[in-house]
Design a protein around this ligand. Structure first.
Ligand code: NDP
Ligand SMILES: Nc1nc(O)c(N)c(N[C@@H]2O[C@H](COP(=O)(O)O)[C@@H](O)[C@H]2O)n1
Length: 221
């Protein structure tokens, strides 16, 4: 399995504002790059916080990239994965439409009612007692043939993936704006590290739109 985390951050490292509303940090070229990365992935992964905040669709937008996938013998769209311990994904969420297959990773804490509401619209994967056990959930996704995972956020999920040692690559577009706010989501939130900080090796720096794309490899992976 290969896990790429991709996110757009403001120059001060925020993913969105303290209102947790979606903000277009990327410019046109970066959104096109993200579309290509989605098209080269088996699944696009987000936490339920992103689903509740943004109601994303997580599909490949460029039809020619979808055609290329079909020519390669892949599904037209990559699968979508929501990490959602208690099954809080709304049944009318865009990620549950029929544009692509969707997996919802739950924990044992998800109620029977929440499972019943989701079961017709998504494949359910259960791993962990209170919170989703990411190592077990990702192993279950791999068993379903999902090898190339692209994680789009948000900050809580990204931190947990680093903590679990699951991230191979980090791609950050740093955009030309300052969002600020001590409660605004950052690239890696959660508890934060106090030791054993993940070490990154810089693979690429490129000017893109009016910002910079940074590609980091996680050392030891
Ligand atoms: N600029 C960008 O590129 C992007 C920005 N965003 C922004 O980020 C914000 C959302 O981020 P955030 O609030 O951090 O939410 P996340 O999308 O990271 O989802 C976090 C939630 O996932 C669930 N979860 C289940 N298991 C785990 C686990 N093991 N580790 C971590 N989380 C787990 C938790 O809810 P529960 O316990 O209920 O399961 C948790 O609250 C929004 O404002 C959105 O706009 C998001 C993506 C990209
Ligand atoms: N790459 C990127 N740049 C930004 O500026 C962003 N705000 C985001 N957000 C992510 O994109 C998701 C929306 O996807 P759809 O267009 O609905 O398919 C959103 O939920 C964030 O994960 N990304």
């Amino acid at each position: 399995m290969h896990v790429v985390v991709n996110a757009a951050a403001s120059a001060d490292g925020k993913l969105s504002s303290r209102r947790r509303e979606q903000i277009a940090i990327s410019g046109e070229a970066d959104f096109e790059r993200v579309d290509r990365l989605r098209a080269d992935s088996d699944a696009v992964v987000v936490g339920v916080g992103t689903v509740l905040a943004d109601d994303p669709h997580l599909t490949v937008k460029d039809e020619s990239l979808c055609e290329d996938r079909l020519e390669r013998g892949e599904s037209k769209q990559p699968a979508r994965v929501v990490v959602d311990s208690r099954g809080r994904t709304p049944t009318d969420a865009a990620v549950l439409d029929d544009a692509a297959a969707t997996y919802v990773c739950l924990s044992e804490a998800a109620s029977v009612d929440a499972r019943l509401a989701l079961t017709d619209r998504a494949e359910l994967v259960t791993a962990g007692d209170e919170r989703v056990d990411l190592l077990r959930a990702f192993a279950a996704l791999e068993e379903q043939g999902l090898e190339r995972l692209m994680v789009e956020g948000g900050g809580e999920l990204i931190f947990s993936l680093f903590e679990a040692g699951l991230v191979d690559e980090l791609r950050t577009f740093v955009g030309p704006t300052v969002i600020g706010g001590r409660d605004a989501p950052t690239l890696a939130d959660g508890e934060g590290f106090v030791e054993a900080f993940p070490s990154l090796s810089l693979e690429e720096v490129a000017r893109l739109d009016d910002g910079a794309l940074l590609i980091w490899r996680v050392e030891g992976r």
